[in-house]
Write a protein that binds this ligand. Structure first.
Ligand code: NAD
Length: 485
């Protein structure tokens, strides 16, 4: 199905203008629901990245660099309102491009609008300090933009990640070069069009579509870029950090996880159940903070298993526009990866407890897998250690609090954790003992949590996005000491 696009997807957005890639090349963009080609996108390369970085620098030296904090806030707020005006169109684009059910795509549009609203409101509220210092001096700090910031965004939540990353960077006065994923980049282009519609100065936002190893690598290693934010795989994150190190520029890395939800015997299971399952199957499990491990205190293992199984049996998978519980995976490549993991639960492997069903009218050629709940397995099993990035959850039994912590912390990742218990003292002990960036007690995900700093430890990455904290990450502190006698 060809989407009706209000822009030409085979053009890049550089210096406030739409133009084809310098070498004139394009790439097909696939519809993961049926495998058809949605459209052609521009294949940006080094020369295009050079032009985008130069445009961003020119914006900093020109109109954008002179734009006041308050005016930056007004522009972001205006973008937020425009996003809401275009809700239906943006949701449809994201659904077609990523393969996510329409309702989930709508939630992502609302999240994008909320990020822009939040950072629009915050743009003139970040300030330095005056510092007590030696006699005869006044010392103060100033918060300044890094300069040109590079944003390399994955395919799973393009709008949300663009909102949290560019929203904060623009609020602090940086000029951005955005490289969306080659698998899903239409809403990045729609975002550029919205910036243009509300009058964001030329060059403050530039969008280069293309391949990771071409446009992405060129951006990550560009000497004119002063900060890189990246969300995606651990392997690519390492390449990006290495490239940034060569230019001695800071990076924010958000690299996924193997997040646990920990259910104690005293938990309110009625309340927990929807969170346990949804956090594993949302976006077909292609979520960095997916709760792919469900740790259950042994006394309630049977009850949790049975109730999750009921929910799994009711899950339906189909095309994005059919708007069922799950859509397809992003690509055939991703499907192969997930199926390889599922094959570990055959034969002598751990038992499959329950699976969802594929809708009979799901188009052939779509990259569908059935959501799968896997029975109790040892915490060291590959399925309990590696990020599957598909709709697969495993059950792990534990006896006491200490063991729950050991298992929860016993992977290479540390992004998010959920804890379900009515015991207040235990809630605090768990929150302190878990090695990860966010802990949710008696909830999970907190509805997206635009206000809540987000990021990982260990292989989940470093740096914090979302909330006010991101504004510090997207700025540098300058100290000024004035001697006046
Ligand atoms: P990836 O990390 O390779 O791609 C993410 C982004 O990085 C895309 O924009 C891509 O174009 C870009 N990129 C790729 N290679 C690059 C390079 N050498 N230099 C600069 N940029 C580059 O992820 P993928 O290959 O699309 O997915 C593979 C796995 O990554 C998934 O199975 C999943 O485990 C993980 N992943 C995690 C997240 C997350 O939200 N943390 C998102 C997507 C993928």
């Amino acid at each position: 199905m060809q989407p009706e696009l209000p822009f030409n997807p085979s053009q890049l957005f550089i210096a406030g203008e739409w133009r084809g890639a310098q070498q004139g090349e394009t790439l097909p963009l696939e519809n993961p629901s049926d495998g058809s080609t949605l459209c052609e996108i521009a294949r940006g390369r080094l020369a295009d990245v050079d032009a985008a970085v130069a445009a961003a620098q020119a914006a900093l030296d020109g109109e954008w660099g002179r734009t006041s904090h308050a005016e930056r806030g007004r522009l972001l707020s205006a973008m937020s309102r425009k996003v809401l005006e275009q809700l239906d169109m943006l949701a449809r684009l994201e659904a077609l491009d990523v393969g996510k059910p329409l309702q989930q795509a709508r939630a992502d549009v609302l999240a994008l609008a909320r990020y822009l609203e939040f950072y629009g409101g915050a743009a003139d509220k970040v300030h330095g300090q005056t510092l007590p210092f030696a006699q005869g001096y006044t010392a103060l700090t100033l918060r300044e933009p890094h300069g040109v910031t590079g944003h390399i965004v994955p395919w799973n939540y393009p709008m949300q990640i663009i909102g949290r990353s560019l929203g904060a960077a623009l609020a602090m006065g940086n000029a951005c070069v955005l490289k969306p994923a080659e698998e899903a980049c239409l809403t990045a282009l729609a975002f550029a069009r919205i910036a243009q519609q509300v009058g964001v100065p030329a060059g403050a936002i530039n969008v280069i579509t293309g391949l990771g190893e071409e446009a992405g690598a060129a951006l990550a290693s560009h000497a004119g870029v002063q900060h890189i934010s990246f969300t995606g795989s651990v392997a690519t994150g390492k390449l990006i950090q290495t490239a940034a190190a060569k230019n001695v520029v800071p990076v924010t890395l958000e690299l996924g996880g193997k997040s646990p939800q920990i259910v104690f015997a005293d938990a309110d299971l009625d309340c927990a159940l929807p969170y346990l399952v949804n956090a594993g199957i949302q976006n077909a499990g292609q979520t960095c903070s997916a709760a792919s491990r469900i740790l259950v205190q042994r006394q309630v293992l049977d009850a949790v298993r049975e109730r999750m199984a009921q929910r799994y049996r009711a899950l339906r998978v189909g095309s994005a526009l059919a708007d069922l519980d799950l859509g397809p995976l992003i690509s055939q490549r991703q499907k192969v990866v997930v199926e390889r993991y599922l094959a570990l639960a055959q034969g002598a492997g751990p038992r499959i407890v329950a699976q969802g069903t594929l809708a009979p009218d799901a188009p052939r050629g779509g990259h569908y897998v059935r959501p799968t709940l896997i029975d109790e397995l040892p915490p060291t099993h590959v399925l309990a250690q590696e990020e599957v990035f598909g709709p697969v959850q495993v059950l792990i039994a534990f006896d006491g609090e200490e063991q729950a912590l050991q298992i929860a912390n016993g992977t290479a990742f540390g992004l998010v954790a959920g804890v379900w218990t009515r015991d207040g003292a235990r809630q605090m002990r768990m929150a302190r003992g878990l090695k990860c960036g966010q802990v949710f007690i008696n909830n999970y995900g907190a509805g997206g949590g635009v206000e809540l700093p987000f990021g990982g430890v260990k292989q989940s990455g470093h740096g914090r996005e979302k909330g006010f904290e991101a504004l510090y990450g997207f700025s540098v502190l300058k100290t000024v000491a004035i001697y006046h006698g």
